[in-house]
Design a protein around this ligand. Sequence first.
Ligand SMILES: [Zn+2]
Length: 421
Amino acid sequence: MRSKMMIAATCAFVTGLIPYAFARPSEGAPSQAQAETVADPAKILVDRLDLERYKAAIKGLTQFGDRREGTDRNRKAIDWIEAQLKSYGCANIERLKYNYQPPSSTASAAQPNNAGGPGTPMPATATAVGGGRPRGLRVRTGINVDPNAQTDLKLRELNSQPSAPGPREEIYCTKVGATHPGEMYIVGAHMDGKGWGEAANDDGSGTALVMELARVLSSRDVETERSIRFIFWNNEETGLNGSAAYVEQRKELQGKETPPGSGQYPEPKWLGMIQHDMMLFDHGMPREDGTVSKEQRPEADFNIEFQVNSKFAAQSQALAWTLEQAAEKYAMDYPASIGSHMTNTDSSPFMNAVAAISVRENERGTEIGNGWDPQWHQPTDVYATYYDKDFRLGLNAAQTTLAATAELAGATVKKENSSTR
Ligand SMILES: [Zn+2]
């Protein structure tokens, strides 16, 4: 069983590499006119990302505070994202509608925020959520539910409306593939947050990353063979309810041409799901006194995770390595690392149906769970907390997913505009 899976994984891994090694150019010398479309579309696209634009997208999201689901500030943030997508030319903007009723026991929401305290050693037998083995020192994590913990009075006021049960929406737009419109890659992030801050990192940083990819790939001179859907999940923070609703409502619609003969596929067949969550902060392990370094550690990386205990583990691993290869080639400052314990993320509802991975600043189970990010669900998760070295980690992840998605979906850039952008 195990060896079979390894073989499958190896084959898929090699297949995943083919676009890099052999895809282009293969025969004869391209003419001057062809050169730009043939040479390296991923590079042209990656060059259209930049730090200031990425930061501006995060900043834009923070005007809606923590964007908690079931509030006006959450709904206004969705409208704002929609306006940005329109301005990028991302077509087919749609909303998934679902209903969210919180579990009857709300005891967990009322628990006091007890994050912090000293760094304590993990026992050798410890297991983290997701199945990984946590090492070193751990600091308690928690969720702030106390308005008064937010010392910025304006922000406290902005975040004051409580969440109400009921109808919910989440937004997505789609780049339709030119030759295989009925197949797609999903690129996602959750736009809701909590904790009485600005949800700048969790998950403004992932949401801004997906917005930037939607912008670059929606450019009129970019064509892809396969479709790419950019989704901004809601209700992640209540337990992945938005992504779970999407899988439930749309799984059976995959690959169906509707109406028949129209060439339209409302739900193209899923080829892979790449989720982004908390992309900025890798300052290392907490110290004995519970503090974490104020500066991004020079050896920071971003973490690509798949879940080894899922039906599509082999395919998910292959997808992870495709991103790792893209990072080696296109990520400017920081490398990517791969882990096998993906958990607590919007790619989880997909992982038994399609290759599914998650991209984060740290490993969710063993590192974030051990208190590596002191801003997590805290009032301090505001734009002003982060420095350019932090934002660069998110930008590097954007460079990586953009390049990998461009390769996987078969992107080309038409000659006409490529030199003027
Ligand atoms: Zn998150």
